[in-house]
Ligand binder design. Sequence first.
Ligand SMILES: [Zn+2]
Length: 94
Amino acid sequence: MMRLYADLKNRLLGRLTCAETLVLLQQYLDGELSAEDAKAVALHLDHCTMCDEESAIYREIKISIAKASGTADQSIIKRLEAFGERVGNGEIVD
Ligand SMILES: [Zn+2]
């Protein structure tokens, strides 16, 4: 129920929901989004600690991959998988 409320609130404010943000997050960090989409993601990250932390994890992975050429830190991958599961189960609220 909290999840629905948070998503409704985001909709009313013209913001992305957490799910929408997570879908766009990788492209956002890769600089592949349109200016409009990138702005919407940035706005959501400003207001959502959960997604902001998630974007930090993605950034760590990108840095880790760049450093180790293909092998990301296992603990980071585990965190990411756990987060993905929680989102899938509708447990994430903001
Ligand atoms: Zn969020």
